[in-house]
Design a protein around this ligand. Structure first.
Ligand SMILES: *Cc1c(COP(=O)(O)O)cnc(C)c1O
Length: 465
């Protein structure tokens, strides 16, 4: 039996990453349960992780890394935060799930709704500040994929229209309607979409370039009365970080609404990360707020366990079963252990966390940028709130075509040099880097130390023939 003494030290029979991968390849397609984990775009053998603690993860060989994957988002407070773990233990002791309503689900929904209620500026005539709410009700599901899939069904059910508009390079999970030019894993593997999706289904999704007002106007001019919804990442971060141009989200909402369509804002990644109130909160504060009809959440909302959610105006959410005609259900939805860890995560993410994240991210990005500049490597750091990614090109891209126009072949050697020097990055140039509240000076310094040889490796990389 494996025993973890401090949560850091695996004392099981010695296993190697290579050995574990070989075993995995025999029983699992590609040796992984989610494609980007397989290291295909960076080459080499994936590390098999045994434990995580604060900003660090440890592989089966006992090697410790500063982690900048952060469970792809959920590890906002770092790995194995004591309060989150304690909440999980307490919930586990009460039973793993009941398939019945439980009060933890209500508590989590209340916490989320609370965070997504902001008080606006007082009126110019001195009238009381209006309360602004991103969502009025929340339905819990198990994955971000389910949340966006349900949002689309709900939008179609509410409008009685068939078409969906999405942006090239935006990722919303792996449901059929959403895999066209879907960034992230698909971009990493260099494939245009997915096999197994019927032409009829694919034809219901219209893909347009991001941050492109003219393309948006054109698609609504042509198909306006048949479009159920526009779905957008609140700030795109699955083709590398590509924020919306100022006012673009507002334009999306206004254009959709002018044509009787809905705006679905996907905050699976940005939710509870960009600010306490997600990207929505950041734009509320910027003076160009927008009104999404439906908003999806995932990653942080479950505190590290499988949990996601779909929120929106009450009259829309009430179209879901059992009140309305749009069906959605889930055996594990609102699982009591997951809602307990999610609530502990949200309770633990106070203002100091949201002050720390951009500081730590800025320190890492600045040091990295200096190291790359010292080696003469063309690059830019792109930002959306406290999230960033590196592009091997001179200027920050505004859409997927620009994101792809970079010297992406520099990333593999860069990634492996980082790994060799104790830093675990997302294994794809198309992923955002995830910093946590636990990334202290020591962890940041270790990243910056590794950045020097990594920059050299990026400089020495050669363009494939
Ligand atoms: C991760 C992600 C999803 C999918 O969530 P899963 O839990 O992996 O299904 C959807 N949208 C965005 C923006 C994401 O980053």
């Amino acid at each position: 039996m494996t025993r973890f003494i401090s949560g850091r030290t695996p004392t099981t029979t010695l296993e190697t990453n290579a050995g574990a991968f070989e075993r995995a390849l025999r029983v699992t397609p590609g040796g992984v349960n989610s494609p980007v984990r397989a290291f295909r775009s960076v080459g080499g053998t994936p590390v098999f992780l045994a434990s995580g603690h604060g900003p660090y993860v440890t592989d089966v060989e006992g090697t410790e890394y500063v982690d900048l994957v952060g469970q792809w988002g959920p590890a906002l407070l770092g790995h194995a935060h004591p309060d989150v773990i304690a909440a999980a233990h307490a919930a586990v002791d009460r039973g793993l799930g009941f398939g019945a309503a439980s009060t933890g689900e209500v508590e989590l929904a209340e916490l989320v709704l609370d965070r997504l209620t902001l008080t606006g500026a007082p009126g110019p005539d001195g009238s009381a500040a209006a309360e602004r709410r991103a969502i009025e009700k929340l339905r819990l599901v198990s994955t971000g994929t389910e949340a966006t899939m349900t949002a689309i069904r709900l939008a179609r059910g509410a409008t009685g229209r068939p078409l969906l508009v999405k942006f090239a390079g935006h990722y919303h999970g792996h449901s059929d309607s959403l895999l066209s030019e879907a960034g992230s894993g698909i971009a990493t593997l260099g494939i245009p979409g997915s096999a197994g999706i019927t032409p009829e289904t694919a034809a219901q999704t219209i893909v347009i370039p991001y941050n492109d007002e003219a393309a948006l106007a054109a698609v609504f001019a042509t198909h306006g009365d048949r479009i159920a919804a526009v779905i957008t990442e609140a700030a795109a971060a699955n083709m590398g970080v590509v924020p919306p141009l100022p006012g673009f989200n507002r334009l999306l909402a206004d254009t959709a609404h002018a044509h009787g369509a809905l705006l679905i804002s996907d905050e699976v990644m940005t939710g509870f990360r960009s600010t306490a109130a997600g990207w929505w909160g950041l734009e509320e504060a910027s003076g160009v707020p927008y009104d999404a009809d439906l908003t999806t959440f995932g990653k942080i909302i479950g505190g590290g366990l499988p949990l996601a959610g779909l929120g929106g105006r009450a009259e829309l959410l009430d179209l879901l079963a059992p009140l309305g005609p749009v069906y959605q259900a889930g055996t594990l939805s609102g699982n009591p252990v997951a809602v307990a860890t999610g609530a502990a995560m949200l309770r633990g993410a106070g203002p100091e966390v949201y002050e720390h994240l951009p500081r730590a991210a800025r320190a890492i990005a600045d040091g990295l940028s200096a190291a790359l500049a010292a080696e003469g490597v063309a690059h830019t750091v792109a930002w959306a709130g406290s999230q960033f990614s590196i592009f091997f090109r001179e200027t920050a891209p505004q859409n997927y075509a620009e994101a792809q126009a970079q010297e992406s072949w520099r990333f593999g050697p860069f990634f492996h040099a980082m790994l060799e020097h104790g830093v675990s990055l997302p294994p794809s140039v198309y992923e955002a880097w995830f910093v946590s509240a636990a990334h202290d000076e020591r962890a940041v310094d270790r990243v910056l130390d590794a950045a020097v040889p990594a920059a050299k490796a990026a400089a020495a990389a050669s363009r494939p023939a």
